[in-house]
Write a protein that binds this ligand. Structure first.
Ligand SMILES: *[C@@H]1O[C@H](CO)[C@@H](O)[C@H](O)[C@H]1NC(C)=O
Ligand SMILES: *[C@@H]1O[C@H](CO)[C@@H](O)[C@H](O)[C@H]1NC(C)=O
Ligand SMILES: *[C@@H]1O[C@H](CO)[C@@H](O)[C@H](O)[C@H]1NC(C)=O
Ligand SMILES: *[C@@H]1O[C@H](CO)[C@@H](O)[C@H](O)[C@H]1NC(C)=O
Length: 507
């Protein structure tokens, strides 16, 4: 598979560079629709959660025609302007009309109220005003929207269906003649797409599930999801979470030609920042921890089932649920990568961590790994260690108060902090960014010790995206300096034991 990259001129002076590696590229085809469908589902199963990385590249390159990307704003200062800060736009919409908030750089959101009727064969949603003196219909307003949260990435957005929203004046009897409701819903609808980058764990949480939570939680599950680029596998994969966001069956907008009627709908998802929820913009001051609580509730039945199964198969094995408190060793999980950005001396790392006193698990989240099982592992762990990449998204499965050590390869510092380090702190994790030294990089064997590749990664990143990608992302492995890394592990161990003692004392 090919590697993809691209840059986007977001607006004057802001260049966004973007990067996806092969697994993401294959995932990305999910945006390309019907023709591919049967093969696609099969294909998507093979798309890994693990590998992608984003890198900042400050120079403009020509935009390849068919490309994929991830966001890389050109500096942390841009972060603020990417926030969906305007909560008041569209907060009151009068009956029979709509309002579109296009103020966020990440996503557009339209709100409709009144007599809303879907018309999927023309990719439209109508809202009819109640009063009209004549028999005819009069169009009041028309808006176009692609309900996906990567608005600044035009080539990704081009794979998302564009809905036309139309507000019309029309009296009830003529509307019923022309556009009859097949299904009446007495709860609101939220329209969004599961196309785009769906299939990569970072994107599924960052672009999809967290924005879906942000947009829909105020309805307290009394909401219907209407999904563009609907994928059965997505529904299956996230069923545990979706049932805690909505009490109703989701609707496949492209596939279901019936007219669905609502009295309120939100088209598009709100998004705040990378892998987080900004409580100041939320009704009820909800936070990323509340989102995590939904994961916990969602995965609980499946995890309990797994525990029972294990007990049935092996009745004498100790009950893992009972074994908590002082007696159990602190648990450390290594979220392992294979290939680029792998830890070359992982075996030694495991031995060292065990010697310190950790019970160590090596987790390889695979393309088809069940999320409940990963959740179970991480939710019961005290420390998570991994090298920067999409799989770091799993920090969301760690309990607030636990430790996350991200190993940061040369040339990836900004990305590692922006996409995972900062969001992890917002969740309440104790975050340690372990920036490797040149000697800990496999690149040390390839370049002279005074080469800018080792000494000054920023200058290499400045030379252009191609360099960043080829040098730092695709070819770099890590050989940890265990003496140096050990300090972080010991600190994490002491921190964990102290926390446990405090918990025991406070009981
Ligand atoms: C809004 O319009 C719908 C349909 O036109 C109507 O049934 C409903 O009663 C109206 N609601 C309000 C609050 O006016
Ligand atoms: C609504 O339209 C019908 C024709 O479709 C017309 O007969 C009727 O008078 C109209 N009602 C109102 C209140 O204008
Ligand atoms: C996650 O861990 C917490 C604390 O140990 C526990 O209360 C909770 O039940 C666990 N969640 C699941 C789904 O097992
Ligand atoms: C790593 O990936 C390569 C190629 O995908 C595979 O041949 C190899 O067995 C993998 N190694 C491990 C330890 O999984």
């Amino acid at each position: 598979m090919v590697h993809y990259q691209r840059y986007i001129q977001l607006r004057k002076g802001v260049t966004v560079a973007a990067y996806v590696d092969e697994e993401d590229a294959c995932v990305h085809l999910s945006g390309f629709n019907k023709r591919l469908k049967p093969k696609l589902v099969f294909f998507l199963l093979f798309c890994t959660l693990l590998s992608f990385c984003l890198i900042l590249a400050p120079h403009l390159l020509p935009l390849p025609t068919s490309t994929l990307s991830l966001l890389y704003p050109s500096g942390a200062g841009e972060q603020e302007s990417l926030s969906d800060s305007n909560t008041h736009v569209c907060s009151s919409v009068s009956n029979g009309t709509m309002c579109c908030d296009r103020s966020s750089i990440r996503s557009d959101v339209c709100v409709m109220k009144g007599d809303i009727r879907t018309h999927s064969s023309s990719f439209s949603v109508f809202v009819y005003g109640t009063k009209n003196s004549g028999a005819g219909e009069e169009e009041l307003r028309r808006e176009k929207i692609r309900p996906y949260t990567r608005k600044w990435e035009s080539s990704t957005m081009a794979t998302i269906g564009e809905l036309t929203l139309i507000a019309k004046k029309s009296n009830a009897s003529s509307t019923d003649d022309h556009h009859k409701c097949d299904v009446n819903h007495d709860v609101p609808a939220v329209f969004f797409s599961t196309g785009g980058y769906t299939g990569n764990v970072y994107h599924e949480f960052n672009d999809g599930l967290i924005p879906l939570y942000i947009t829909s939680q105020k309805y307290k599950k009394k909401v219907v999801f209407v999904i563009l680029e609907y994928h059965d596998w997505w529904i299956t994969k996230y069923a545990n979470i979706l049932t805690h966001l909505s009490d109703f069956e989701p609707i496949d907008f492209n596939g279901d030609k019936r007219t669905h009627c609502f009295s309120e709908s939100v088209v598009g998802l709100r998004i705040h920042d990378e892998l987080t929820v900004d409580s100041t913009l939320m009704e009820g001051r909800k936070t990323i921890r509340d989102f995590r609580n939904i994961l916990d509730k969602g995965y609980k039945p499946r995890i309990q089932g797994l525990v029972q199964e294990e007990q049935r198969e092996n009745p004498r094995s100790k009950n893992p649920i009972k074994l908590v408190g002082k007696l159990e060793k602190p648990k450390l999980v290594i979220v392992s990568r294979n290939g680029s950005r792998a830890i070359m001396n992982e075996n030694l790392l495991v031995k060292m961590a065990s010697k310190i006193g950790f019970s160590v698990t090596v987790l390889k989240p695979g393309r088809t790994s069940e999320l409940a099982k990963i959740y179970r592992e991480l939710n019961s762990s005290d420390v998570m260690v991994g090298v920067h990449g999409a799989a770091m998204t799993h920090f969301l499965f760690m309990k607030p108060g636990s430790v996350f050590i991200q190993v940061v390869p040369l040339g990836t510092t900004w990305a590692a902090e922006t996409y995972y380090g900062e969001p992890a702190k917002k969740l309440g994790l104790r975050y340690i960014g372990y920036e490797i030294l040149p000697r800990e990089s496999s690149l040390y064997e390839e370049y002279e010790s005074n080469d800018p590749v080792l000494r000054d990664p920023n200058s290499v990143n400045d030379r252009g995206w191609e360099f960043t990608k080829k040098i730092y992302l695709d070819r770099q492995k890590v050989r940890l300096n265990l003496v140096r890394f050990r300090k972080r592990l010991v600190r994490s161990y002491i921190y964990t034991m102290k926390k446990r003692n405090e918990m025991v004392r406070s009981q």
